[in-house]
Design a protein around this ligand. Sequence first.
Ligand code: SF4
Length: 291
Amino acid sequence: MEPGNRARVEAWLRYGDDLDLGPYYRDRVALARAVDANADAGSEASEPVHHAMAAAAGQGEAVPSARVLPLSATSLAAGVPARSSPAISPASEPSLFETSDRIEGDTLGLIRETIGDCTRCKLHKGRTNIVFGVGSVKAQLVFVGEGPGRDEDIKGEPFVGRAGKLLTQMIEAMGLRREDVYICNVVKCRPPENRLPEKDEITTCSPFLFRQIDVIRPKVICCLGSCASQTLLQTTQGISRFRGEWFDFRGSKLIATYHPAYLLRNPNAKGEVWKDLQKVMAVLGLQPKRK
Ligand code: SF4
């Protein structure tokens, strides 16, 4: 399509969204990707956040440009924003469908044992350590990232680099300690050059993540970045389409926010993330840490 025509079509689609007329055009993935091209992963820097984040929120920093429509996981899976709104249905017993693949008597230890010295996907070739997950099995809050980076690969623990330090600060800002929550990734081995995990790698490794979540049964899952949220919600839409909205995931409430590594590159987004974390705190009955 001619660039000029494409721009006009995209403008009409956004206009339709603004009027809540959609969905009349199903394949918006490319458009969403264009909006979100910059909104995820990468590497790191440690910068104190809590008050910076809170301050940013107070100053009303820029919201990502794409309009966030109320979505359901079902509509996301179909790649189409839903018109109806309920942000999240109160959380609920899992449906029969959701419980059907739960493993009776499963434990984190059993899952780790099953993974073993895994060679199920090509990521095993470059790893130093399998990065399984860390935290409390009784956690009410689980953070899910995309995959280990260099520091995590060396240490065998998720989120220990500069982005990890930022995540720890975010957790503490919520009035929690790192050991109160559970932290894990979609893939357990480091993708080379810190690239995003590929589809076959996600497909192979993510069942272990689902089992971890099933064992912990947290009240809230917070997806960090596009990869984690797209994997759990089974969508290809960019994160800025649904960031900060609530979804149901196998009996837990799920919210997606930006990856800490993204915040290191885009500190202006800290305010948005702090707002998302405040929603999580409200659900968990948490008070922000005092100075
Ligand atoms: Fe196995 Fe997952 Fe590592 Fe792939 S990423 S080798 S599936 S543990």
